[in-house]
Design a protein around this ligand. Sequence first.
Ligand SMILES: C[S@@+](CC[C@H](N)C(=O)[O-])C[C@H]1O[C@@H](n2cnc3c(N)ncnc32)[C@H](O)[C@@H]1O
Length: 269
Amino acid sequence: MSGPQQKKSFAVTTSHRPSKATIDLAKHFAKKLGVPFVERNDLSQKALADTLKVRGLVVVSANRVSYFEGGREFFFHPGLASLRIKELKNGKTDQMIKAMSLIPGDYVLDCTLGLGSDAIVASYVAGVEGRITGLEDSSVIAALVQHGLANYPAPEKDLALAMRRVRVININHKEYLAGLAPQSYDIVYFDPMFRIPRCHSPAIDSIRPLANPHPLDRETIDLALKVAARRVVMKERRGSTEFQRLGFHRIEGGKYAPVVYGVIERKRL
Ligand SMILES: C[S@@+](CC[C@H](N)C(=O)[O-])C[C@H]1O[C@@H](n2cnc3c(N)ncnc32)[C@H](O)[C@@H]1O
């Protein structure tokens, strides 16, 4: 694993005056992440982080699990996935789903899970017969998103069911792809951290201290082409030179959208 947080310079604590259930959950996260659990002892987050000489803290409270670093908070929420699912229900086109050519029953490997929004939308469309596996290199992002997908109390039933169906694996996607049998998934999807970050992306900004920032390489795309029975799809900024560098010559997406999708169809190879 190569995300920045792998220096393990963080610890797990609770909110002030935690219940036993909150303490137990915090201990569970500490064990899972292989870092210390520390009692809050009425200290502010900054004072606790300074005392422990760590750069970040996972804070478990009664209603959410967050990671704090440098004044930024990251916690799981379905975000835009909820709106995108509503729009799909209203018959609107979702550009990612279109680029994937995703249909019910498809198996999708999301190699860059992040906050899980794209995986949730894919899961909604793939339905109960489908399979969505999300790979995430950062152990903190993977643990918080896995917990959120399993527990977030979404009022909309379709959204909740789509979230519960996403399987999360904390691994570098290159390593995982190398171990998969040919054509194990219909679609392999990448949404790497953009080479040039977009200005207004609060959700992505919240995971930036933890996320693996490295660009994809051609070898990874070749592995993805082995694993995908139909398509490899990559999201990037419109006009990004990444598309050409990685062999995505077909670009799909909204006419004026700032973000578009590169598609390589396997059968055309
Ligand atoms: C831009 S975010 C993905 C956002 C996601 N599509 C969503 O809807 O929330 C990219 C994520 O991919 C992860 N990532 C980057 N390189 C990776 C790799 N080699 N293996 C696994 N995860 C990786 C980063 O840590 C980050 O969390």
